[in-house]
Write a protein that binds this ligand. Structure first.
Ligand SMILES: C[S@@+](CC[C@H](N)C(=O)[O-])C[C@H]1O[C@@H](n2cnc3c(N)ncnc32)[C@H](O)[C@@H]1O
Length: 198
């Protein structure tokens, strides 16, 4: 499986946002919903071999992480609003309050307390890549199966996250000379892995 981890520095970890003003009321959860679409959905289907982790660092209930797994998720739709509804229902849950690790909420959707530091042990033994502008070009990089790809949101990465990723030996890679939106970066990376059949 290939995994995408999106660090939402401002994205709210609570369900307290307006579907009619997602971008303005959720700390830019809209960026993350678009990443879910780019990571998991193809023209006519779902990538069974991919999953996405949304690390939500904004608001009172932060940090929390939502995981959506292509293999088991049902009724995933590509539009931002229905993905936002899915996140809102998930974030309203208290199932993760006293739990350790991910708690299943519905088919393919689970939730855990904690952010990237709590998440990294799950990826033990898998190659970790951090997408960063200005790093060596991904086209020159050796990519391996089971890649975990970490991206920032519209504000990039915070130092603590970068330090945790470096400590875990993550490789930095760039997708070319232009800084892209996070969902476009996911899309380009999926394409790179598809071309290499990884
Ligand atoms: C909108 S960009 C972040 C821009 C932010 N202002 C900054 O300076 O970091 C969102 C994320 O997409 C990824 N990204 C965008 N363009 C990229 C590129 N050309 N190469 C590698 N990663 C890229 C990075 O992970 C970045 O944190």
């Amino acid at each position: 499986v290939r995994s995408f981890v999106i660090i939402g520095r401002t994205a709210t970890a609570s369900s307290d946002f307006l579907l009619d003003d997602l971008a303005g009321s959720s700390g830019r959860l809209d960026v993350l919903t678009r990443c879910v679409r780019a990571a998991l959905l193809t023209s006519h289907g779902v990538r069974k071999d991919a999953d996405v982790f949304l690390v939500l660092l904004g608001g009172e209930r932060a940090p929390r992480t939502v995981r959506i797994q292509g293999e088991t998720a049902k009724f995933l739709r590509p539009d931002e609003r229905s993905l936002a509804v899915l996140l809102q229902k998930s974030l309203a849950s208290h199932a993760d309050d006293d739990a350790t690790g991910f708690v299943d909420l519905r088919h393919g959707v689970s939730l855990s307390r904690g952010g990237v530091v709590e998440l990294l042990p799950m990826f033990e033994g898998r190659p970790l890549y951090v997408l960063s502008e200005g790093a060596p070009d991904v086209r020159e990089a050796t990519l391996a199966k089971g890649a975990v790809i970490v991206l920032g949101d519209h504000t990039g990465f915070d130092e603590d996250t970068l330090a945790a990723l470096r400590a875990r030996g993550a490789t930095s890679a760039s997708l070319g000379p232009v800084s892209l939106h996070s969902d476009d970066a996911v899309c380009v990376m999926n394409n790179e892995l598809d071309r290499r059949a990884l």
